[in-house]
Design a protein around this ligand. Sequence first.
Ligand code: IPM
Ligand code: MG
Length: 388
Amino acid sequence: MKTPRSRSATVLLALDLFPMILRLTILPGDGIGPEVTEQAVRVLETVASRFGHQLQLQRKNVGGAALAVDNDPLPADTLHTCLSSGAVLLGAVGDPAFDHYARHLRPEAGLLRLRRELGAYANLRPAVFFPALEDTSPLRAELVRGTDMMIVRELLGGAYFGEPRSIEGEEGSRVAVNTMRYGEQEIERIAKVAFELARKRRHKVLSVDKANVLECSRLWREVVTRVGQGYPDVRLSHQYVDSAAMLLAQRPTDIDVLLTENMFGDILSDQAGGVVGSLGLLASASIGGSVGLYEPVHGSAPDIAGKGIANPLGAILSAAMMLRHSFRLEREALCIEATVSSVLGEGYRTADLARKSQSAISTSEMGRHVVEAVKGSALPAERGERAG
Ligand code: IPM
Ligand code: MG
């Protein structure tokens, strides 16, 4: 016998969703940023209408695109809009036209300030191997098959932000200084993020440092070990960054959560992109503050900008991370991830993924395939315990 329900409950159950208004700031940025972001927005629009949510988008400039208009890589209006939205989706920053500008007037300075202003200290960079891409990885299939790691990169400390920093002296005898600096609390909070994530995964944390040479790394190792004592169910190991680089290439499947400081994380995450087949696939979430920032790991790729051939999947998967981490919309995130996997399974490849015998499709064609597959996909069951 049927249980009577209120009309609104029936509607919600029928739609199997709880409608939300998603207020997003879109920062297309530079190079291939606008092209890949456009596809991610199309996919978000499709997912939103599929699940009954409403998108409210505000597009703003950042990086070189903002410098060209405002002489500031992070104009006040852009920052204000980001801070008052539910989440930020960014394409890429970086433009060789600004290479000779002072540091604070480079596109990258806009992104670094944005991360700091948003308080985004935890950068999650999953590197997951798609079965359809066995032939795309430079590694042998039996080595890379099953790779599923989460790089947890500290994002607001280390040499990226440490003071003092300078280039001083006379041409020919100038001296440059950067400071790598880490405080115990900074290390503690990022370590907790890594251990919490490990609990939802395979219960392993690999902490990467250079404790045989750097003071920052010695403190890092000490604090991570201490935090780890509060997580007896998580297996913690430590590795020097040089040997971790080798492990990443030799036994990527061994790695579950890889926890590391800002610059090591920048380097190792690009390497992880190479391992799984293309940096164009990698997504990221920069969280910890009031508003999350989501961006593909690849940069602005000026060499292919404007050609319509960039891989939009990193941006599309970043949108999935946004749904998961900023809006707790796990099923919507899973829908995008499953769709990307099936589109790759059908053999669609952008130029970065195509092998000699395969024909490459454009950025917008790849976006269209994902959009069509989202429209036609069965709603996945909630996986719940797995954050990616
Ligand atoms: C990244 C990028 C940025 C970084 C640059 C563009 C500042 O390489 O997100 O990995 O170094 O963090
Ligand atoms: Mg990088």
